[in-house]
Design a protein around this ligand. Structure first.
Ligand code: C2O
Ligand code: CU
Ligand code: CU
Length: 509
């Protein structure tokens, strides 16, 4: 009897040892570091500006979603998706007050959608999962641009398939200008001293094809070891101006970047997702989770070469989770090559934009959102037929978002910009001092947002709010709100498990 017990104990101990060994092996192979390893042999692609057609006072943009082959690695064409091309899409550009119309034709083999991330627009034009475009069909939303100058972007949002469609390559920038701030002396020559940088990580196989597998332990989804900037791997860019503005977009599925220069030089942060800051903020690093954008201005010396890098991000996760969510990873992103003679640029002005009206006292209601596990908000998974929140059109509200999981999440409500009131119990840091539409929520912390909703009542066209780690979104970490008059006022706190409205949205409205 004793001997049997001894054997069982021995086996258990061996099992434990094997488990720990396997854990160690997985752990030690899970980090990536490409610092100093890139040759920067490929010229950075700049997404072309798409010229709109003028039709009865509207600016009409034609986008065709299509399959193609793109050399994500030079000489190794891979099967990809894009808009008006094989990979990524053109940059759209419009001005406050413009009436825009988008003609989106789906030539992909699957039903998809195109969402205008960061745009303040009617729910029916938003391009979330309620506006599917079947293969062969064209979807034609239109709206009036009514928000400050900003760097927005577009990407697919089909229910449960967003991660896949974005990973295949459908995404692009949507730049907004505003006559009110167009006189501010900032670098603004697109592709010359105003350079977009769409940063994405990929797993590529030996043939350079997109690899759809992911690590055995990957709590936020697929992380890749190859970084593409505007679809270019190992890129360089030549600049001819003393100061250059970079519009950074984290267009990745799950990876968080902590962007700065290899020599730690400082730059000016001039804008976040919602538009220009009131005053530029000097910093050496800007951390961006998926969906976040930042505009920075950096200064260069004649003839220098300097690497833009992603340093280890601060995810706020524990030792173990940190390793499997990219917290120990660093990457060289882009080599910047300054010309021997640089055109002088004006200094970054000390004042950029008048503050927009985001006033805490205007808030008529507080709502709480708890992100848990990999798939739930307030204990529930996304349900296309359930409206989770009803908001009064034009209202200002406080949304408190808590990450109750030990892993990284972020939060993005559609159709709005917000100001961060409180970040993990503190005043928002400099990089969160401007208007935003996506924000990182560290594990076990709460972030309070002052959200201003647009005035487009339409109870049948829900907007989404969700984690922008796309695997989490697809697994259900998403909810829906509508703008409707029942949204009412409520000075009190709303419990995380309160009763939401029960009117059902038209599914394919
Ligand atoms: Cu980039 Cu639901 O959004
Ligand atoms: Cu969005
Ligand atoms: Cu998440």
């Amino acid at each position: 009897m004793k001997r049997v017990l001894l054997w069982i104990l021995m086996l258990l101990a061996l099992g434990m040892v094997a488990l720990v060994a396997a854990g160690c092996a997985l752990y030690s192979r899970a980090d990536v570091n490409t610092v100093g390893e890139l040759g920067f042999e490929n010229e950075l692609a700049i997404p072309p500006l798409l010229e709109p057609q003028e039709e009865d006072g509207r600016k009409v943009f034609d986008l065709t979603l299509q399959q193609g082959r793109a050399e994500l690695l030079p000489g190794k064409p891979a099967e990809t998706w894009g808009a008006n091309g094989a990979y990524l899409g053109p940059t759209l550009r419009a001005e406050r007050g413009d009436h825009v119309e988008l003609r989106v034709r789906n030539e992909l083999p699957e039903t998809t959608t195109v969402h205008w991330h960061g745009m303040h627009l009617p729910g029916a034009a938003d391009g979330g999962p309620h506006q599917p475009i079947e293969p062969g069909e064209t979807w034609t939303p239109s709206w009036e641009v009514d928000q400050p100058a900003a760097t927005l972007w577009y990407h697919p949002h089909p229910h449960g398939e967003t991660a896949d469609h974005v990973y295949r390559g459908v995404a692009g920038l949507f730049l907004l200008d505003d006559p009110e701030t167009s006189g501010v002396a900032l670098p603004g020559d697109y592709g010359v001293d105003d350079i977009p940088l769409i940063i994405q990580d990929k797993r590529l196989d030996d043939d350079g094809e997109l690899d759809f597998s992911q690590g055995l332990i990957s709590p936020t989804g697929r992380l890749g070891g190859t970084i593409l900037v505007n679809g270019t791997s190992s890129p360089y860019v030549e600049v001819g101006d003393e100061r250059v503005r970079f519009r950074l977009l984290n267009g990745s599925n799950a990876r968080v970047y902590n962007v700065g220069f290899a020599d730690d030089r400082e730059f000016d942060l001039i804008a976040t997702e919602g538009g220009l800051l009131e005053t530029p903020r000097r910093m050496g690093r800007i951390q961006l989770s998926p969906g976040e954008r930042a505009e920075i201005v950096a200064a260069f010396q004649p003839d220098e070469q300097i690497v833009l890098r992603s340093f280890e991000p601060d995810l706020g996760t524990n030792f173990w989770e940190n390793r499997f969510t990219g917290g120990d990873d660093s990457f060289d992103l882009l080599e910047i090559r300054a010309a021997a003679g640089l055109t002088p640029s004006p200094e970054v002005p000390g004042s950029l934009a008048a503050g927009e009206r985001y006033i805490r006292e205007d808030a008529t209601r507080t709502r709480s959102f708890e992100l848990s596990g990999q798939s739930r908000i307030n204990g529930r998974k996304m349900d296309m037929s359930r409206i989770d929140e009803i908001v009064r059109p034009g209202a200002t509200e406080i949304w408190k978002v808590r990450n109750a999981a030990g892993i990284p999440h972020n939060f993005h409500p559609h159709g709005v910009s917000f100001a961060v009131l409180d970040y993990a119990g503190e005043e928002p840091p400099a990089h969160l001092s401007g208007l935003k539409d996506t924000v990182y929520v560290p594990p076990d912390e709460t972030v309070s947002l002052l959200v201003r909703f647009p005035d487009y009542p339409d109870p049948a066209s829900p907007y989404m709010f969700h984690c922008h780690m796309l695997m989490h979104e697809d697994r259900g970490m998403m909810g829906q709100f509508v703008l409707a008059d029942q949204g009412g006022e409520d000075a009190g706190e709303r419990s995380a498990h309160g009763q939401p409205g029960h009117n059902h949205a038209e599914d394919r409205g």
